[in-house]
Design a protein around this ligand. Structure first.
Ligand code: TRP
Length: 337
């Protein structure tokens, strides 16, 4: 069976929330059924913006691993590993940097946006400018054909493809394949304050959140602001709780009832939130059970990471073996391959 190769990665910068679940992880879990998936916890990428807190990164890698395993990413089906455990990521990053024009990096819209908007950190570093080059290396090291990412990564993906064309032009046509973006539809998952769910807004519903804490957040979440009293009719189109219903409530007829009940003041916001809470709790139950099992087995978590790195490195080494001579580097004489 010839499954196509998939690569994707996440930076270990915090606990994962329902936005990550709906926008990426659910799709990653599906992909592992019929693709050859590589999923990397990209810790070098996290250091590019959080180099002043390296202790955090170590801990956050394990948090992301637990979140991934709990939602059903399987170390039997996918290769799950930590980027820095496979040194070839850094090697290919260096190799690609030989042919990366600085103009491409300075013109990258994500870079331009972040350098003005992220004011609390000094991001005027060589590495931060080169962020998309390391991302290209992640993908190309595994000759991944498909990369599931959200719209916000499109510019980086385009740069990866341009780098492949330039690399092949210099060092050999067909040496590296051009990766395709598998654009994941990112459903709107607002946070408790109605803004986009994000760790930095402190408005997130976390995957690892207990049922009690989840309900407390939902219960106090903002709704349609014009619905002040129970008898005021509401507009679901202006309610962030309704946006979450659309993503996490699979019961269509119940959703129709809520929509109608809100517009006619037939139900109150608490009734609506209770129904949402029931669906989320049901979905989270197996996730939390799986988490509890992994959480108490540090040995197993380490085995998963060691085995993941071993498998990833075998593929990565083979890619580098093709690249070195093509770039004109002299092979080390004591290495047959
Ligand atoms: N840049 C991605 C993000 O911020 C993370 C990432 C790093 C990635 N390397 C990757 C995603 C390779 C896909 C493929 O979400």
């Amino acid at each position: 069976m010839n499954r196509s190769r998939v690569f994707s990665g996440m930076r270990p910068t915090g606990q994962l929330h329902l936005g990550h679940l709906a926008g990426a992880l659910t799709n990653w879990v599906k992909l592992q059924e019929d693709h050859d998936c590589f999923y990397g916890i990209v810790d070098w990428h996290a250091l590019m913006s959080n180099y002043d807190d390296s202790e955090e990164t170590r801990k956050l890698c394990m948090d992301v691993l637990l979140d991934w395993l709990s939602v059903g990413l399987s170390p039997e089906k996918s290769c799950i590993f930590i980027q820095s455990h496979v040194p070839q990521h850094a090697e290919l990053f260096l190799a690609l940097s030989m042919i990366t024009p600085l103009g491409w990096l300075y013109r990258n819209p994500t870079y331009k946006e972040q350098i003005v908007n992220i004011r609390n950190k000094d991001l005027s570093t060589f590495a931060f400018l080169g962020y998309p080059v390391l991302m290209a290396a992640d993908i190309l090291l595994y000759r991944a054909e498909k990369v599931p990412v959200g719209e916000d990564q499109s510019a980086h993906m385009e740069l990866s493809r341009e780098l492949v064309r330039r690399f092949n032009h210099f060092f050999g046509e067909g040496l590296l394949p051009e990766p395709q973006t598998l654009l994941t539809p990112t459903p709107k998952v607002p946070g408790t304050d109605g803004r986009k769910m994000s760790k930095s807004y402190k408005n997130s519903l976390y995957i690892s959140e207990s049922a009690e804490s989840m309900w407390e957040k939902l219960r106090t979440m903002i709704t349609d602001p014009s619905r002040e009293k129970r008898r005021d009719p509401g507009d679901p189109g202006k309610c962030p709780v309704w946006d979450i219903h659309k993503v996490f409530n699979p019961d269509e007829s119940e959703r129709a009832e809520i929509d109608n009940g809100c517009r006619t003041a037939g139900i109150g916001c608490i009734d609506c939130k209770k129904m949402l809470n029931t669906h989320i709790a049901e979905m989270m139950e197996p996730i939390h059970e799986r988490r509890a099992r992994y959480e108490k087995d540090a040995g197993l978590l380490n085995d998963i990471l060691v085995e993941g790195a071993r498998r990833a490195e075998a593929v990565a080494r083979a890619t580098m073996r093709d690249i070195y001579p093509s770039m004109g580097l002299l092979a080390r004489a004591d290495r047959v391959s």
